[in-house]
Design a protein around this ligand. Structure first.
Ligand code: ADP
Length: 587
C-alpha cells in the first residue's frame, strides 16, 4: 500500500508527460506536412516552368500569336493550368506577378510571352494535398487573413508567425498551424498546414488515459500479487527466523544431536555431535546413517525411540552404547524421540563415566580376589592349629605363614588407604633429608629375606652420595614396591640390582631386573590406577594394579619423577629421581 501511492503519482505524471509528447508530436507532424507540401509545390512550379519554356518555342503558340488566334491561345491555357499567354511585344499581366516568363519570338521580333502564373485556388490546394498524401482539410493558402482550403474559404483572426507552430483562430474554431511563405512571387500567399486543436487535444487525452490506464492496471496487478504472496513471504520469513534460531540453539547445545529421516538418511548433525565424535557434519549429513555413523547398528538396535520427549520405560529411555570412531572407543548415552517422519537422537559422551564405572568394578573384583587368598590361608592355618596336635616345627611354619599373610593383608589395606589419601589430597609427606644408601640397604635386607636362592639382590652405588631431600618413609615405600614388583615379575629368578647415582642436583634410584619385561605400548599405562598387564592373572601373579600408581604419586609429591625402561623377555628398569644436595666437587 505504501508503495502504491507514489507509484500512482508517478503513473499520473507519466500520463501527463505522454500527453505533452503527443502534442509536440502533433506540432512536428504539422512541420513535416508543411515540408512535404512545399516540395510538391516546388515540383509543380518546376514542371510549369519547363512547360512554359517548351510552349514558348512551340510553332503552334507562335502561329497563334502571329494570327492573334485567341481561341487557340485560350485552349492552350486551359490545357496548362499555370500558363498564361500574353500577345504583343509589351504584353503584361495587369498587376499579377509571374513566377517566370519566356518570350515567343517571330520573324519580326517578340510576338508574345508565355508566363508561369499559379492560381492559388481550392483546386491547387486539393492537388498539393493529394500529392503530399494529406487529409483534405489540413492544407491551405493564406493570403493576408484569407485562408483558402480545398473545402472552402475562410478568415483567420491574426496571421501566424512563419515556420513556427502557433495557435490560430478561424470563426469559433481553434487550430494549431505552421505557415511558410512562398517566394516568388511577391504577392504569393503563404502555404499553411493546420489541424484542429480539439483533435490534437483529444489524441493527447487519449494517450494520457491509455498510459494512466495501463499504469494503474499494472499497479493493481502488483498490489494483487503482493497481497496474494505477502502471507507466504511472511510465513517464509517467520519460518526462516525460527529455523535460524533453532539452528543457533542446536549449535550451542552441549549435547550431540542428530536427525535421521524416514529413509535412514542423516539430516542434521550439530556442533556438539562433531565435537564429541570427531565426525564432521559435512561428512555425515546427507548420507545413510549406517554408512556415516559408526556403531549405527548397535544404536538402532538398542536405543528405544520414544513417541514424545521424556517418555520411555522407567522414566529414562537413554541407553549407553559403545561406538568405535577411528580406533577410539566412545560410550554414548543416547535418547531417541520420533518427530513426524524423522527420529531425533540426543547423546552425551559417557566414556569418562563409563571408565569410572569400570574402575570401580575392577577395584571390587581385584580387592575381593586379593583379600580372599590371604584370608583363606589364615583361616586354614588357624583351623589346623586349633584342631590338630602338630609337631613344633609345623606349628612354627603355620604361625609364620599366618604372620606373612596378615602382613600381606596389612599391606593391601595400607595400599588402599594411601590411594584414598592421594585421591582426597590428604596424604602427608614430610619435607626432610635422609641418607640414601642406608635406606636402600635396609630395604634390600628386608627384600632378600623374601626371595629364594634363584634370586639375588645387589646394591650398586657411586662412591660419594649426597643427602636426599624427601620423606624417608615414603621413599622406602616406593623402593619396596619396586623391589616387590621386580621379584614378583621375575618368576624364574635372576639378578636384581638396586643402583644409586648422583645426577647433577638429583639422586637417581634404579631397580633393574631380568624378569618378564613390559611391552613399549604399555609402559605409560602401568602407572595408571588399577592398570595391570595381566588382569586375569593368567600367570598366577596377583596384584591390585595400585602399586605403581602410588609410587608415581609419592615421587611427584616429593618433587621427583619416575619412569620405566624395559624390553619384554629382557627385563625391566624402574628409576626415579629425587632432589638432592649437590655433590661436593673435591670429594
Ligand atoms: P600390581 O599390583 O599388579 O603389581 P603395579 O601397579 O605394581 O600393580 O604394577 C602394574 C603392572 O605393571 C603389573 O600388573 C605388571 O603387569 C607391570 N609390572 C610392574 N612392575 C613390573 C616389572 N618389574 N616387570 C614386569 N612387569 C611389571
Amino acid at each position: 500500500m505504501l508503495l502504491a501511492l507514489p507509484l500512482a503519482v508517478a503513473v499520473w505524471a507519466f500520463g501527463g508527460f505522454a500527453a505533452k509528447r503527443e502534442r509536440s508530436n502533433a506540432d512536428q507532424e504539422l512541420v513535416r506536412n508543411l515540408n512535404s507540401s512545399g516540395s510538391v509545390y516546388d515540383g509543380l512550379f518546376r514542371d510549369a516552368r519547363r512547360n512554359a519554356n517548351t510552349l514558348a518555342r512551340s510553332r503552334r503558340v507562335a502561329r497563334a500569336f502571329t494570327r492573334n488566334d485567341t481561341r487557340t491561345l485560350r485552349a492552350i491555357e486551359t490545357a496548362h493550368p499555370w500558363i498564361v499567354l500574353v500577345p504583343g511585344k509589351l504584353g503584361g499581366l495587369h498587376g499579377r506577378e509571374p513566377l517566370a516568363g519566356f518570350e515567343v519570338v517571330g520573324r519580326r521580333g517578340t510576338i508574345g510571352r508565355v508566363f508561369v502564373v499559379p492560381r492559388f485556388d481550392q483546386d491547387l490546394v486539393g492537388l498539393i494535398s493529394d500529392r503530399a498524401g494529406l487529409p483534405s482539410d489540413r492544407l491551405g493558402f493564406l493570403l493576408g487573413s484569407r485562408l483558402v482550403r480545398e473545402n472552402g474559404v475562410g478568415r483567420v483572426g491574426a496571421p501566424p508567425e512563419f515556420l513556427r507552430p502557433t495557435d490560430l483562430r478561424m470563426g469559433a474554431v481553434e487550430y494549431r498551424a505552421v505557415a511558410q511563405s512562398l517566394v516568388p512571387p511577391r504577392d504569393a500567399p503563404a502555404l499553411i498546414t493546420l489541424r484542429k486543436r480539439s483533435e490534437i487535444a483529444a489524441a493527447a487525452n487519449d494517450v494520457r488515459w491509455r498510459v494512466i490506464g495501463i499504469g494503474l492496471g499494472l499497479i493493481g496487478a502488483i498490489l494483487v500479487t503482493a497481497y496474494a504472496v505477502a502471507p507466504a513471504i511472511a510465513r517464509g520469513r517467520l519460518s526462516r527466523q525460527q529455523r535460524d534460531q533453532a539452528e543457533r540453539v542446536l549449535a550451542s547445545l552441549g549435547d550431540g544431536v542428530f536427525v535421521v529421516d524416514r529413509d535412514g538418511v542423516v539430516r542434521l548433525w550439530n556442533q556438539a555431535a562433531e565435537t564429541i565424535t570427531g565426525l564432521r557434519a559435512a561428512d555425515v549429513r546427507g548420507r545413510r546413517a549406517e554408512d556415516a555413523i559408526p556403531g549405527w547398528t548397535t544404536i538402532s538396535t538398542f536405543v528405544p525411540v520414544a513417541d514424545r520427549p521424556g517418555e520411555g520405560d522407567g522414566g529414562s529411555s537413554s541407553e549407553t552404547v559403545p561406538v568405535d570412531v577411528a580406533g577410539r572407543e566412545l560410550w554414548l548415552s543416547i535418547v531417541a524421540v520420533a518427530l513426524d517422519d524423522d527420529t531425533v537422537y540426543a547423546f552425551r559422551d559417557a566414556t569418562y563415566a563409563r571408565r569410572l564405572e569400570n574402575l570401580r568394578s575392577d577395584f571390587v573384583t581385584t580387592i575381593s580376589h586379593e583379600l580372599r587368598t590371604p584370608l583363606a590361608s589364615l583361616h586354614g592355618a588357624a583351623m589346623t592349629l586349633r584342631e590338630h596336635e602338630l609337631p613344633a616345627q609345623t606349628q612354627d611354619d603355620l604361625l609364620e605363614m599366618i604372620a606373612e599373610q596378615s602382613n600381606r593383608l596389612a599391606n593391601l589395606v595400607e595400599e588402599i588407604l594411601v590411594v584414598g589419601q592421594l585421591d582426597s589430597g590428604s596424604l602427608h609427606v614430610v619435607a626432610d633429608t635422609f641418607e640414601p644408601e642406608e635406606l636402600v640397604r635396609g630395604v634390600v635386607t628386608v627384600a632378600r629375606s623374601r626371595v629364594g636362592e634363584e634370586t639375588t639382590i645387589e646394591v650398586g652405588t657411586n662412591s660419594v652420595l649426597p643427602q636426599v631431600h624427601g620423606d624417608a618413609e615414603r621413599t622406602r615405600q616406593v623402593l619396596l614396591n619396586l623391589l616387590d614388583n621386580a621379584i614378583k615379575y621375575s618368576p624364574s629368578g635372576g639378578r636384581i640390582e638396586v643402583e644409586l647415582a648422583a645426577v647433577e642436583d638429583r639422586l637417581r634410584f634404579s631397580v633393574h631386573d631380568q624378569g618378564l619385561g613390559i611391552p613399549v605400548g604399555e609402559q605409560e599405562r602401568i602407572f595408571d590406577k588399577f592398570y595391570r598387564l595381566d588382569p586375569d592373572q593368567r600367570r598366577g601373579i596377583g596384584g591390585t594394579g595400585l602399586g605403581l600408581y602410588i609410587c608415581r604419586e609419592l615421587v611427584r609429591s616429593m618433587h621427583g619423577r619416575i619412569w620405566v625402561e624395559s624390553e619384554p623377555g629382557q627385563g625391566t628398569t624402574f628409576a626415579f629421581e629425587l632432589p638432592a644436595e649437590p655433590v661436593p666437587a673435591a670429594a
